[in-house]
Design a binder for this molecule. Structure first.
Ligand SMILES: Nc1ncnc2c1ncn2[C@@H]1O[C@H](COP(=O)(O)OP(=O)(O)O)[C@@H](O)[C@H]1O
Ligand SMILES: [Mg+2]
Length: 427
């Protein structure tokens, strides 16, 4: 509904908005010395432009709300609502809520930084996703200080061949880790793979099919608190800071469940399903690491979406970490993953940062095949190689005894490479 603005350059629009949002909008606009109509104009314009799937706002009991907008904007907004299959009230509520998120109150203390979200992914199996998700989670959580000491010694001891593989000088590496402060973080490690390797390797019982799980939270089939499912890793090295969300075999059905839910319920956004499920836990964690399945389906889209750079988030804090092997089939797999990332970025207008490549199970005995393909990884446009790992026995031993690697052998080369990845991949 629109009627001309008294001085002609705006038209009056009447809609509905929950009274809590109306109140916050009024207060925030005043704090930022903006007219409410300008704030709503900015909110609607941003909401239409970003195309990020909006989280549903509870609009029950929304009260009438009117304001003045430039001619045509409200019509365009209604078109966007129709395209997104949401009511005008829902669309406006999302726009205002996002605007409030993106325009924090200047009187409040600076907003705490976003929880970092790191998705360890590659649709190829056996390349080291689970190993690296667990190892880097452990490095983020271990007792502060101890890791840095081991890491500096490790760099001092690297041979020239090892430095060459990393394509760095000892000085460059030392500079990368000079400010290494990882450790002491509250970390959530998510087993997102129906194969359940992560849960099993850490001796954690997976969630039986049919019970409340991450999958059921993503599809709206559960309404309990995900926190009740978390399992702390009980080792003094992590001081109660490292928690695991166990996996479930039901994740094999996640792609089809997401497609079905989207087809059946208006406004259900498949891509933001993982974010909706995990966001309530973010206040408790500094870092959330997702051990992704070897696939490129809808569940992977949801994981990639979760790793996107959020508004106000510094580039390189959240994103994807990609383990690969030094062989040609790994290069093809990477190309497909990179393509999926690009498609999602274009379709939903997002930025998904590639935090680094980890070349795993490097076998120099394979001679030219291994070294030439390592060189290709170094020459890749985009993400850098943050670590090169050999086939190391400590890794296999830790898995055998179902213990976290950094607790099993904190001084080992493998443990230090996990710290090196944390130091080099993102900030
Ligand atoms: N650098 C390594 N040295 C020794 N064993 C490794 C190494 N990286 C991975 N592995 C082992 O290889 C197997 C596959 O690794 P995993 O991390 O499960 O791969 P993905 O999750 O990509 O399928 C596991 O048994 C793991 O313990
Ligand atoms: Mg795995």
């Amino acid at each position: 509904m629109a009627s001309p603005y008294p001085d002609g350059d705006r038209e009056k629009v009447a809609s509905k908005l929950p009274s809590a949002l109306q109140q916050q909008l009024k207060v925030r606009a005043a704090e930022l010395t903006l007219d409410i109509q300008d704030a709503v104009e900015a909110a609607i314009t941003a909401w239409r432009a970003t195309e990020r799937p909006g989280f549903e706002v509870d609009t029950a009991g929304a009260k009438s709300f009117s304001t003045w907008l430039p001619p045509g904007l409200y019509e365009d907004f209604k078109d966007t609502c129709t395209q997104r299959n949401v009511s005008y009230t829902q669309g406006l509520a999302q726009a205002v809520r996002d605007w409030l998120d993106d325009h924090p109150s200047p009187t409040q203390a600076a907003r705490p930084e976003e929880t970092r979200r790191i998705v360890v992914c590659n649709q190829k199996g056996g390349v080291g996703k689970t190993t690296i998700a667990a190892g880097t989670a452990e490095a983020h959580a271990e007792t502060p200080g101890t890791g840095a000491k081991y890491l500096h010694q490790f760099i001092a001891d690297l041979t020239q061949t090892e430095l060459d593989r990393l394509n760095r000088t000892r000085e460059q590496l030392a500079a990368t880790v000079s400010e290494y402060t990882a450790g002491g973080q509250n970390v959530l490690l998510v087993d997102y793979d129906p194969q359940l390797h992560l849960s099993k390797q850490l001796g954690i019982t997976p969630i039986p099919v049919g019970e409340e799980s991450l999958v059921r939270h993503m599809t709206g089939e559960a309404d309990g608190d995900l926190r009740n499912l978390l399992v702390p890793i009980d080792d003094p090295r992590f001081g109660g800071r490292l928690h695991v969300l166990p996996g479930t075999r039901e994740a094999f059905l996640l792609d089809s469940k997401l497609a079905l839910t989207a087809a059946q319920s208006r406004g259900f956004q498949k891509e933001s399903a993982l974010e909706r499920a995990l966001r309530p836990l973010e206040a408790d964690y500094d870092v959330i690491i997702i051990d992704a399945p070897p696939s490129l389906g809808l569940s992977m889209d949801a994981a990639l979406y979760y790793a996107r750079r959020r508004p106000n988030e510094k580039p390189g804090r959240s994103g994807v970490l990609i383990p690969v092997q030094s062989e040609d089939s790994s290069a093809d797999a990477y190309d497909m993953l990179a393509e999926q990332i690009e498609d999602l970025e274009e379709d939903l207008h997002l930025a998904i940062d590639q935090l680094g490549i980890v070349v795993n199970l490097f076998d120099s005995r394979r001679g030219y095949i291994a070294t030439s393909s390592l060189e290709e990884w170094h020459n890749l446009e985009g993400p850098t190689v943050v670590a090169v790992l050999d086939d190391l026995k400590e890794q296999r031993e830790a898995v055998r005894v179902k213990r976290p690697l950094l607790a099993y052998d904190p001084a080992s080369k493998q443990a230090n490479i996990m710290r090196l990845i944390v130091a080099g991949a993102g900030r």
